[in-house]
Ligand binder design. Structure first.
Ligand code: SF4
Ligand code: SF4
Ligand code: SF4
Length: 270
């Protein structure tokens, strides 16, 4: 109950700032929530509670049948929750992105590299395979809330941070790790496709200035969706609202509805 109370209050504080701050400072609402929740989950639930919140920890908990905070976290934030709020986890609460968003390349200098997103699927299945190997072949499961879990969490997070920072600096794109390597979207993208909450451009207000697309950290082709009078159906959208804060015509809002897209409309490098 304390966890839910703290996380709910932190997100509420972020939403309050979004509602009250002037448009050019609204991003602080998201950042506040991200720092309050991300650091709490990493330090209190992870390091202090010795729960491996990395994807391998989730797989290990599923095999062990233990219903711990990490299990609940994955169900709410990454599997079932995205049916309602899409990939909001990635903008409002993730402790990896909490650090990556501090780096200097908030607006990607170049568009996505086609094909590189495959790495996240390889990472996901390698993680699953590793856990299955440890469980069924070595028969040495990592006990829930043990020192082993803690070591795994620390090592995994160091790996994420080092890879994430190096990639962001190399590709001049803070969210490069999210686009190419992080295995979490493999789960999120399945359910966030049907998300009730999605961003929409009002075609009657939009003047096609393209500013929203320039600031989108995930290289979403927003105008392609607008031209088809669709909401932003891309499962790469992390619902950060950066596009909405940049729009000079206030044409972008969050909406509730039922829809889904098949293939994401994104910008790639030639
Ligand atoms: S893609 Fe991964 S690292 Fe990026 S914000 Fe989402 S969960 Fe965090
Ligand atoms: S489309 Fe808008 S809300 Fe979605 S990721 Fe891009 S900037 Fe963020
Ligand atoms: S920033 Fe606003 S007005 Fe400009 S293209 Fe995007 S939605 Fe249209």
């Amino acid at each position: 109950m304390f966890n839910f109370g703290y996380i709910g209050t932190s997100i509420a504080a972020g939403i309050f700032l979004i509602q009250t701050l002037p448009k050019k400072h609204k991003a602080w609402g998201r950042r506040t929530s991200q720092i309050l929740v991300g650091s709490y989950m990493l330090f209190f639930l992870g390091l202090f509670g010795k729960e491996n919140m990395q994807i391998e920890g989730f797989f290990m908990l599923l095999l062990s049948g233990v219903f711990a905070a990490a299990t609940m976290h994955y169900v709410i934030a990454k599997i079932v929750g995205p049916l309602v709020f899409g990939r909001a986890w990635c903008s409002y609460t993730c402790w990896t992105a909490m650090i990556l968003d501090l780096l200097p390349h908030k607006r990607p200098e170049n568009k996505r590299i086609k094909g590189l997103g495959l790495i996240r699927y390889i990472y996901f299945f390698l993680s699953l395979g590793l856990v299955l190997f440890i469980w069924y072949v070595l028969k040495k499961p990592v006990e829930p809330q043990s020192t082993g879990e803690l070591y795994w969490l620390v090592a995994g997070n160091i790996l994420y941070y080092v890879l994430g920072i190096l990639l962001a600096l190399k590709l001049k794109d803070n969210r490069a790790f999210c686009k190419y390597i992080c295995p979490i979207p493999v789960l999120q993208k399945i359910t966030s496709r049907f998300s009730l909450l999605k961003i929409k451009i009002d075609p009657n207000k939009c003047i096609d200035c393209g500013k929203c697309e320039k600031v989108c950290p995930m290289d979403v082709n927003l105008l392609a969706y607008k031209n088809q009078n669709q909401r932003i159906l891309a499962t790469e959208c992390i619902w950060c609202s950066t596009c909405a804060y940049e729009c000079p015509e206030n044409a972008i809002t969050s909406t509730i509805g039922f829809d889904m897209g098949l293939k994401d409309k994104l910008y790639f490098r030639p």
